[in-house]
Design a protein around this ligand. Structure first.
Ligand code: MBD
Ligand code: FE
Length: 251
């Protein structure tokens, strides 16, 4: 690790110094930047700030060597593998969300040749129907809107949940203020479902799926290109169905 640090950090410092010189950064600018970072620290927004600007770049680098389903940004709200209980037919939702629109998330996990992978695990997580993450926002119990499915003999999985909505990085905090007020960009992400697929002997993939035509698809504040997981919004018996398939490559 220290070799890696010695490889990367001096270049990083040099790149920042070059920007400072290019723009004749003043003591006042320096103080404002410091205050911004202190605000980030005090609001606990470090993960969302860093992910908004840099997660997509790691994804691009990783995808250059991927043959199967592409990776997408993990985002700041995964919570660690222990937070994912095995579910068979539905992701638990808050009792008060009972009336929110339902959705079904289903698909198959295969190898690169399309052979089903049985017993693969797929962790899923997404926001509440009002755009909050359990375990992160408003003391929502982390058991909601998170779960792990295990694929059957044909590599398939299927769960019901409640439809997430586009997610706005709260613009009461420094990350949202930087995007919206100071950079005059927006702080929205398209509605999305997060996934982490794992199977013995295969390379993990972390990614997200979106419905084609959804608000902010293709204009994500986190600069992700979404790649191959923008899927059509199917409707069956009045319920939206998101079909998401994963082709895993050997580890
Ligand atoms: C999210 O839900 C998310 O997925 C990312 C990448 C950033 C902020 C919030
Ligand atoms: Fe997210």
């Amino acid at each position: 690790m220290s070799a890696r640090v010695q490889q990367v950090v001096p270049d990083l410092v040099e790149a920042i110094r070059d920007v400072m010189k290019k723009h004749d950064v003043t003591f006042q600018d320096y103080g404002a930047a410091m205050q911004f970072l202190i605000n980030v620290q005090e609001t606990g927004e470090l993960p969302v700030l860093v992910d908004a600007f840099f997660n997509a770049t790691v994804v691009d680098i990783e995808n250059a060597t991927r043959k199967g389903t592409k990776a997408d940004i993990q985002g700041p709200y995964y919570l660690g593998a222990d937070a994912y209980n095995v579910v068979t037919d539905k992701l638990p939702h808050r009792p008060e969300d009972a009336g929110a629109p339902d959705m079904i998330i289903r698909g198959r996990i295969t190898d690169l040749d399309g052979n089903p992978i049985a017993g693969a695990t797929l962790d899923m997580w997404h926001s509440t129907p009002d755009g909050l993450y359990s375990g992160i926002h408003d003391n929502i119990d982390p058991k909601f809107y998170r779960g792990r499915v295990i694929t059957g003999a044909d590599g398939s999985y299927s769960v019901s949940s409640k439809l997430p909505v586009p997610y706005q990085i709260p613009n009461s905090g420094p990350t949202g203020l930087l995007l919206e007020k100071y950079l005059e960009r927006h702080s929205w992400r398209p509605a999305h479902i997060h996934f982490w697929a794992r199977a013995d002997g295969q390379r993990d993939v972390v990614n997200q799926a979106y419905f084609e035509g959804g608000d902010w698809v293709g204009d994500d504040c986190c600069d992700t290109d979404h790649l191959d997981l923008v899927v059509p919004e199917l409707i069956e018996n009045g319920v939206r169905v998101m079909e998401v398939n994963f082709a895993l490559e050997p580890a």
